[in-house]
Design a protein around this ligand. Structure first.
Ligand SMILES: NC(=O)c1ccc[n+]([C@@H]2O[C@H](COP(=O)([O-])OP(=O)(O)OC[C@H]3O[C@@H](n4cnc5c(N)ncnc54)[C@H](O)[C@@H]3O)[C@@H](O)[C@H]2O)c1
Length: 354
């Protein structure tokens, strides 16, 4: 390995692959060395586009000189099995979300990486958004006071054609779930990262408008260990698709986030004490200080670039990456608890997954 740059290869040359290849090229401490897909045309297209060797054999790909780390961009239910083979070959692993679709498989992957002595990171790129980091820092510094309520909502639209575009999409075995496991997982991860451990969940799910094996509509109520309550709304059946939102409320502050951008931040520190009936919209407007504008991201894949740069730094500095395999188990367990609660019509404790 070079002393200042990690050689990355990509397994899976589908929809998300250009995001990773562009991000690797942009990261100051990473370079792309090869790509691999079992589909010859996809592998070749990506290899030619990024001017790197392309492979259709996993063994040949893993033997590529200069390959230090591998990004797993496969149907979600293949992450752990392919990932374990990559780890056994001594390569560090950055896996797309979700880590896998069952806790058993996810643990096997974590243990395989530990046994091989390689790093495991899992993509949760929204944790790298500047405004999300600001909110995390404000919570950690105590500016929110005791947390009261957190709401994560991902109301997106996916056509039936989207689900029909890949054999694995919308299947229990390989997508592992629907609107939550594939799409909602991002803001579910942010919610638990910001609010802390979830104790128990009650939920309802439906397959409302699609011909798929998994949910396209879900609502869950969460109890957090710190006493806060939360809600998760997830759908791919909301026309025409809306921006994902996150609302975090503490005794002393509120943050309203839309598509990773802070749209409102109200704190006792900036607004002062409020009267018994709270502030009217007019009073709020008068007291509110304009939020500093968030500079636009330099590229559409900048959050992946940030996470890949962190992962490369973790390898070069021999430290844990910002989002580890064990970190990624938590949103997976929350989603599986939602499915179990809906199926068994009862409150599910997260302890059941330990
Ligand atoms: N972080 C994000 O924002 C984001 C966005 C999209 C997708 N994803 C995740 O990325 C992963 C891939 O999603 P996608 O939409 O790119 O899927 P896709 O179906 O477009 O691509 C998957 C590719 O994997 C290849 N493949 C399948 N099995 C293989 C194997 N055993 N070895 C080598 N190649 C194999 C397929 O031929 C295909 O080209 C999923 O886990 C998904 O959840 C993440």
């Amino acid at each position: 390995m070079l002393s200042n740059s990690v050689g990355f290869g990509v397994i899976g040359c589908g929809v998300i692959a250009p995001t990773h290849c562009d991000a690797i090229k942009d990261a100051p401490n990473a370079h792309l060395v090869a790509v691999f897909d079992i589909d010859q045309a996809r592998a070749q297209k990506m290899g030619e586009r990024y001017d790197v060797p392309f492979y259709t054999s996993q063994a040949d790909f893993l033997a590529q000189p200069g390959l230090d780390a591998v990004n797993i961009l496969l149907p979600s239910g293949f992450h752990a099995t392919v990932g374990a083979a990559v780890a056994a070959a001594g390569k560090h692993l950055l896996c797309e979300k979700p880590i896998d679709v069952t806790v058993e498989n996810a643990l096997k992957l974590i243990e395989a990486c530990e046994a091989a002595g390689v790093k495991l990171g899992v993509i949760s790129q929204h944790r790298f958004a500047p405004d999300i980091i600001k909110v995390k820092q404000a919570i950690d510094s105590g500016e929110f006071g005791p947390l009261v309520l957190g709401e994560a909502s991902t109301k997106w639209y996916r056509s039936q054609q989207y689900y029909d575009s890949g054999e694995w999409r919308g299947t229990k075995a390989l997508d592992g779930g629907g609107a939550l496991m594939n799409q909602g997982v991002h803001y579910i991860d942010l919610l638990q990262w910001l609010l802390g451990p979830v104790e128990s969940i009650k939920a309802e799910i439906r397959t409302r408008t699609h011909n798929i094996e998994v949910e396209d509509l879900a609502i869950a109520i969460l109890r957090f260990a710190n006493g806060a309550l939360g809600s998760i709304t997830g759908s791919t059946a909301v026309f025409p698709g809306l921006p994902e939102t996150l609302a975090i409320h503490g005794e002393d502050a509120t943050a309203l986030i839309e598509k990773d951008i802070l749209k409102g931040f109200y704190s006792k520190a900036s607004l002062g004490e409020v009267p018994s009936y709270g502030l009217s919209p007019r009073e709020l407007k008068e007291r509110e200080k304009p939020l500093p504008a968030s500079p636009p991201l330099p590229t559409p894949y900048a959050l992946h670039t940030a996470q890949i740069a962190d992962f490369a730094a973790a390898i070069l500095e021999d430290r844990a990456p910002a989002v580890t395999g064990r970190d990624a188990l938590v949103p997976l367990e929350i989603i599986l608890a939602i499915y179990r609660s809906a199926a068994e019509n009862r409150e599910v404790k997260l302890d059941e997954f330990k």
